[in-house]
Design a binder for this molecule. Sequence first.
Ligand code: SAH
Ligand code: SF4
Ligand code: F3S
Length: 473
Amino acid sequence: MTSPKKVCIKTYGCQMQVYDSDRMLSLLKPFGYTQTEDPTEANLIILNTCNIREKAEQKIFSELGRIREYKKAQEAQGQEYLIAVGGCVAQAQGDEIVRQAPYVSVVFGPQNYHRLPEYLTKVRRESSWRSPEGVAAIQNGSPHRCAPRDDVPVRKHHVDVEFPVESKFDYIPAVSETKASAFLTIQEGCNKFCHFCVVPYTRGAEYSRPVKAIIEEAKHLVGLGAKEITLLGQNVSDYHGDDEKGNPASLAVLLETVAKELPELKRLRYTTSHPRDITDHLIECHGSLPQLMPYLHLPVQTGSDKMLKAMNRKHTIDLYYGLMEKFRKARPDIMVSSDFIVGYPGETQEDHKQTLQLVQDCIDVGYSFNYSVRPGTPASVLDQVPEDVKTPRLYELQDLLRMKQLLAHQKQVGLVNEVLVEKKGKEPGQLIGKNPHLQSVYFDGDESLIGEIVPVKILAAYQNSLHGELIEA
Ligand code: SAH
Ligand code: SF4
Ligand code: F3S
């Protein structure tokens, strides 16, 4: 018998985190947990964390301080309140979390969340346990000591940041509901070791799920009402999961298989790719598969060959320009988005100008960040570009990116876009959805249209969205 309990999950970072959080909810359901958005009324709070940049990591530690107060209030009323920290900060900083926040009960890495119910049971079983020396953390099976912080009730923690031999995918139950636009993780981890990035250390080595498991999950999602599926991974362009015969299938083959096996699926997307892995076959898919949406996220980070080399990206700017030409030939209306790191160690004004040139020439939408030092990565020990040099460069790049995005929006004015309706807008009677180029479109319509794909004539373009009117069928 399980008694009803509430879980609140806060998700940070990339789309794979959203996928993982949804699976955590499915895992916890049989244990009597229902979801709440309100952390003060929960019995379990899970922080699914990201540490791609320093700010993302700091956020977690300040959030934990707030949550501790909720815990005290709930426990004062005799309610259980367990705190679990998962995701990439947990993986990288498991011990530090337990040291700074000894009231956390479970710390688990991104590859271990299928074991969460087991950890919760263990924590509950051992919660009356007290140690005269302080709090024991279990890591790699052997207890070690952490100093007690203060008067919070001492509770045994479970820290699991090992990379287990079994795949978590074999243990997580399917979701029982989905949005019209669903995520499906097909690949995890990264072997590329770009010199600025923590992902290879937090998500581990690359692993591709077999084609069969992906098709089954895609069918399940479509059965639940998904109209669009985005295939996810840190490096989906390097996907090489087993096909039916046990041979590695490429992303292009997987996309073709999904399109063939799920004729009722209206939209297909994939993210994120690396320029180094893009094949002609993948580019051809953008011309041959109508389900594959005209949008590509292909991070380049910089427009300078010298910086690409320093970052260990292992391709040239010429290769990127060449790819853009081929993608646009295969799908002339494709929208290209990218990521940029500004002020990587060694970046000069000339390198920065080359980044601006690349954006000018071939990018429609961009996400840009100041380089953030990540402990343990090769770039962390290099001489750093000062903040007062970095930040004006970032602003200059962001101004240009904003202009490019507005231009991309303006191109849609007067056209009819197929919009996948996601939710109600801010104004009464307003709906918001996404067009094939992943641009946000808002228009007036009945909320029964949520989850449907409808034609909308675009009337006006703004910085972050498009405004249109529904075309009656
Ligand atoms: N796998 C993808 C990117 C994953 S991380 C790729 O290869 O491009 C998402 C983005 O975060 C990166 O594209 C990069 O722009 C940014 N990023 C990663 N590490 C960073 C760091 N140390 N400082 C600033 N931005 C970083
Ligand atoms: Fe990080 Fe590079 Fe791997 Fe992308 S390819 S996840 S940036 S190491
Ligand atoms: Fe962040 Fe980990 Fe994703 S560091 S971006 S949550 S892979």
